[in-house]
Design a protein around this ligand. Structure first.
Ligand SMILES: [Zn+2]
Length: 358
């Protein structure tokens, strides 16, 4: 009955594409971010940043719902929910060259504002690294891990708690400014691509935190990472789960950003990692995954990733987004409570609730 009422009220109140983002940027931006935004708009208009189509990972074309036509910065990008597999993708996206230029020249300034706010950025990452350690302890596998590699480590905020408990840490990223901050704290953080520098099957744990959603070819990139993980070693992945939007933003449109090539949910990622031959030790809707690389694992080249278990899952995503809009509009108090909870967790006053699925 409650489901029916929610479906009726939320469905009749909100329709796609969502329009909130159309008038102005939904988030408050500082002067540095506004400058970056203006520059990006110019590069899109004069085609310095070029667009290419982006097809769904399940191989399906068409039959999708456009959730919003603007991203969180009010840039014009379509975010499409695939009715076959429930994955949301940005389509079209910047081509490979444009994405590299975007990450080098505009990404940090657009998302984080003036670059000297690095202390704040690092402190924000620490609780996440601590929550990873909690998860590994709950699974009783932390003692199996001696070395930890993070791909896309930024300033090393996720790795720092691991180094504090005596693990050997190493990180790779492209932003030297952020890397230098972590280096000054004694961590081994390197500029560039990990692949040429890390030996095959040498890592007990590889972390990929808020990176998978940026990959144009996630199957290829994950295979490359898994080559570096030891047999029975672990792969820890976190992405901003689509069904966890209510915890991080006020309006669902604020979640979408152009450089998120795919926006994942837990059910789709379960299929994704299972097809890549991994054992799932833990997952949640946040979406955090702890995976084990089985003995004899081989790189799997798959063109399309889909399972019948995803049939009609798109309706869950569609309904969740509408419900989030509905609750934000009519019950803002819940949103304020969530914001306070999230703030206190970031400050370390509240701990992340961790449930282990056996
Ligand atoms: Zn699909």
């Amino acid at each position: 009955m409650i489901n029916y009422i929610e479906k009726y009220f939320c469905g009749s109140q909100f329709s796609f594409p969502l329009q909130e983002a159309c008038s102005k940027a939904n988030i408050s931006l500082d002067a540095h971010q506004l400058k970056a935004l203006k520059r990006i708009r110019e590069k899109i208009t004069n085609k310095t940043y070029k667009m290419v189509p982006n097809f769904c990972l399940c191989g399906h074309k068409g039959n999708e719902i456009i959730i919003t036509e603007k991203d969180r910065f009010n840039l014009s990008f379509d975010f499409k929910l695939c009715k076959k597999c429930s994955l949301i993708r940005t389509d079209p996206v910047f081509d490979h060259r444009s994405l590299l230029d975007f990450y080098r020249d505009d990404f940090s300034l657009l998302h984080r504002g003036k670059v000297d706010a690095i202390d704040k950025h690092f402190l924000k990452m620490l609780p996440r690294g601590e929550s990873f350690i909690c998860l590994l302890k709950e699974l009783s596998i932390i003692d199996n891990i001696e070395n930890v590699l993070e791909v896309g480590c930024s300033a090393g905020g996720n790795l720092y708690p691991f180094s504090e408990i005596g693990k050997k840490v190493e990180g790779y990223d492209y932003d030297l400014y952020y890397l230098q901050y972590g280096r000054s704290l004694g961590m081994n953080l390197n500029e560039g691509d990990f692949y040429e520098n890390i030996k095959l099957e040498s890592q007990d744990l590889v972390i990929l935190s808020h990176v998978l959603e940026h990959f144009i070819d996630p199957v290829k990139e994950v295979n490359k990472i898994l080559e570096k993980v030891k047999e029975h070693g672990y792969f820890l992945v976190e992405v901003p789960g689509v069904l966890d939007i209510h915890r991080s933003v006020i309006y669902p449109e604020q979640y979408f950003q152009n450089d998120h090539i795919y926006s994942f949910n837990e059910e789709y990622l379960k299929v994704f990692f299972a097809r890549l031959g991994l054992k799932i030790l833990y997952s949640d809707e946040v979406c955090r995954f702890i995976l084990e690389k089985p003995r004899g694992w081989k790189s799997v080249q798959i063109k399309n990733i889909y399972s019948d278990s995803l049939f009609k899952k798109y309706e869950v995503v569609e309904q969740y987004i509408k419900k989030t809009c509905f609750l934000n509009k009519y019950f803002p108090i819940k949103n304020i409570k969530r914001k306070i909870g999230s703030f206190l967790r970031r400050k370390g006053v509240l701990k992340w609730k961790i449930k282990i699925k056996k």
